[in-house]
Ligand binder design. Sequence first.
Ligand code: SF4
Length: 354
Amino acid sequence: MRAVTAAPSSEFEFELLVCQWVEREWPPGGERDADRAVLVARQLGTKRRRWDTIAIEADRAALRRRANFGFQHLDGDLLHVIQNAPAGWAWYRDALPDPGYSWRYVREAIHEADDRGILDVRRDGNRIEIRRKWVYPDWVDRIVAIENKPDLDASAARALRPQLERDVALALADEAWVATTATGERVEPAILEDISVEAGVLVVDPGERSASVAWHPRSLDVDAPGTRIEDRADDADSEYVQSAGTFEYVDPERKRELRLRIAERAYERGWRSFIDSMRPDCRHFELRDAEGQLLPHCAAKGCTQTSAECSGSCSEYEPEPPAWRQRGWPIEGGPGKRLRQLLAERRRRHRPGL
Ligand code: SF4
């Protein structure tokens, strides 16, 4: 593996650089508390909003206890069972609160939790009884959402503004940030652009692989009801526009659920999951070392390829020659499979207790 030092050639590469920096340095401008851990993931969010980079600030001791439940995420159904499972054996319908949906899905979640070894399950006649193995910990402290815009010019800022306004109104994340490329000017032009003042601006120096704060964000009130902006009536100033904007309130309990689901998915995926949507089984696929982090590189194209490029339809795709796979193949797989394992191992290192 060779080292890379060049500036990012695409938004994707910029995004990986931001993820790498956040994982290593967050919070910006301060020391990371030894009791805290930061998990980073990319391209995560809700059905309606996906953020480029997400940082989950977590309590390190609680994160260790979270590891009891394995590296896979717990979805909403599993969380309902695991968070409410009793300390002693009980019929599941006595023990769990009414889910508000069919009990059939609860039973499926119980069987899945049993298969994963994270819940005690037994039968008493026709009845399924459950008992918790561990208390599910309260491991998520803060969620930070970052939008990556390497070129934050006036038109990019205009496009970004409504998204940031939605983020601020809903306040699902504790902070919203925009990451952009540093220009080196005394006042970074990004902070003069027309974006929400509540959002922070992080300027990234790709050459140095470092970042600094150009504008501090305002903390958002994640415990208060949020407002989901359904229709902004963007041109409301226009005399031709008749419609008003429409909104929906999201209560704090729903926000807590959504935050935990996002955090759970971030726990499983991390940011190195980029390899899952690429072709590491191509003979040209490499991982290159960028200051201790492994980033994808295409030897045929001589660049950091995007996941859209690195697919079976790539004109330069060539499968690994079978000779590369001789030792251990087909049980262990070829170099592509080993690269996947290498990244999974790195991800695991950032999950204390796994
Ligand atoms: S040649 Fe295409 S498929 Fe192979 S590594 Fe490069 S981008 Fe990916």
